[in-house]
Design a binder for this molecule. Structure first.
Ligand code: CS2
Length: 468
């Protein structure tokens, strides 16, 4: 038997279920990128808001590529379970905030209609770093502007045109991806797209819409079939859209909405004037350490985050990266305690019940290392803040993208392998980071740092070869 509205009463008594009815509410939110992270984060905050009596924020979820999430959620009336767990406890509740699920390639017009509907006020996005289609310098990839592919920008543009024609109010676009200044980045990309494609809509967008920045945080590993089976045994019902996560969650949102917004504070969200310090700390400490654990751990043949953070060869390096190298580059907000934040991160990484795979974190590295490592390096170029641990992590990534140990899932995978083939271990750092290189990031890697990095890459390659 499958989880759905009619089977809800069959759930064990300790499973919390929605005491609100989202089918009786207006659809106020469209979410683009309906993955596990959204289901464990923004939808869970909306569920808390609804449980506290806030109405008319039912979510229309949009899968931008595959029908998989639609096919899992549709037979379940949009319901799914969220299980939070750590070594001491496990708690499952049913989330009822998602009302409809659309698959964009199947029905692009329905996506535009949802975005253009009068009751829609907020659009949230989890489309991953690469979903924004930006080049390393932050400008929009010309292929996105001219390529004719249906990206988020196409849907938004068509929806803006419809809203303007119908005299509807603007939208608040809330990026929930791990980009620096994600709101400003989204704003810039949408504006660039409109300028190139439909310049007369730019003024409407600027006057009517806002793109607040946000810091989103919750570790949500990809779900395995074995976890779904064990859950079905426990619940007596199967749930094809189940998500498993840690008890911790955080959402800090710039308080700059174009119109009404959900009372996400019911789930613990904080609305602030400036998200910058929270976002920088999260990207450079949590995500920066995560990627380091990913590449250093995979190089040592490990599979999970909790294994990598306990490894005596990796742990000191990652602690150093956070405490000595990244933390001094973060201007903390009042009340933000970075040493305590780092201690808490190390405890979260050690949670063995999450089984968070290193290869999940290692995907799309070319899109992630900028905000996690390179921007931090750039911010300390002229100072004497140390950077060896960050360079060690970067060296591990460079060797990883050679692709000889395991396949590399990255939008630049082909270019990275070609660069390796042409430049070899003595030249790869220059091919990537010298002026005009594939990932040349302004000011982050001067000649001295590139020389150190080249030595680290050569040492890793030699180490790898001699261990074969
Ligand atoms: C991770 C993030 O996969 C990754 O790159 O670093 O998804 C991380 O788990 C989240 O940002 C935590 O909030």
């Amino acid at each position: 038997m499958r989880l759905s509205r009619t089977t809800l009463p069959h759930l064990p008594a300790d499973v919390e279920r929605p005491d609100y009815d989202s089918t009786a509410q207006r659809r106020g939110i469209v979410h683009l990128g309906l993955g596990a992270f959204h289901r464990a984060h923004q939808a869970a905050y909306t569920d808390r808001a609804m449980a506290a009596g806030d109405c008319d924020w039912a979510i229309t979820g949009v899968s931008l590529r595959s029908p998989q999430v639609h096919d899992a959620l549709a037979p379940q009336d949009g319901l799914y379970t969220l299980t939070e767990r750590d070594a001491s406890a496990e708690r499952t509740r049913v989330i009822g905030a998602i009302r409809d699920v659309l698959v964009a390639p199947r029905d692009p017009a329905a996506v535009v209609s949802a975005l253009a509907a009068r009751d829609t006020h907020v659009v949230t996005l989890t489309i991953t770093e690469k979903g924004y289609g930006r080049r390393p310098d932050g400008t929009l990839d010309p292929g996105v502007v001219n390529g004719g592919a249906r990206t988020i920008y196409y849907y938004l543009r068509d929806a803006f045109a419809a809203r303007r024609a119908d005299g509807h109010t603007g939208l608040t676009l809330v990026s929930c991806d791990n980009l620096s200044a994600n709101g400003a980045a989204l704003h810039r990309s949408v504006a660039e797209f409109l300028d190139a494609a439909t310049p007369d809509l730019r003024a409407w967008f600027e006057a009517e819409c806002t793109c607040p920045s946000t810091m989103v945080d919750r570790i949500v590993p990809a779900v395995t079939g074995a976890e779904r089976d064990a859950l079905a045994d426990r619940l007596g019902l199967s749930d094809e859209a189940a998500v498993f996560t840690e008890p911790f969650h955080q959402w800090v949102i710039e308080d700059r909405f174009a119109g009404p917004r959900p009372h996400w504070e019911a789930g613990g969200a904080q609305f602030v004037a400036d998200v910058g310090p929270y976002e920088t700390a999260k990207l450079r400490l949590l995500n920066g350490a995560h990627s380091a654990l990913g590449y250093l751990g995979l190089a040592r043949g490990l599979s999970f985050v909790h294994e990598a953070v306990a490894d005596p060869a990796i742990r000191p390096l990652v602690e150093r990266l956070m405490r000595v190298e990244a933390a001094p580059t973060i201007g903390a907000a009042v009340g933000q305690d970075l040493p305590a934040y780092i201690d808490a991160l190390l405890r979260r990484f050690a949670n063995p019940t999450l089984a968070h795979r290193l290869d999940q974190i290692a995907t799309d590295g070319s899109q992630k290392i900028g905000p996690r490592w390179l921007e931090r390096l750039a911010s300390t170029r002229a100072q004497s803040v140390p950077c060896e641990a960050t360079l060690q992590a970067l060296a591990a990534w460079i060797v990883f993208v050679r692709g000889d140990r395991q396949p590399v899932s990255d939008p630049l995978a082909n270019q990275l392998t070609a660069a390796w083939r042409e430049a070899g271990e003595a030249g790869i750092v220059e091919a990537l980071f010298a002026e005009g290189g594939l990932l040349a990031a302004p000011a982050s890697l001067d000649r001295t740092r590139r020389a150190t990095l080249t030595q680290m890459v050569q040492a890793r390659v030699q180490g790898q070869e001699s261990s074969r």
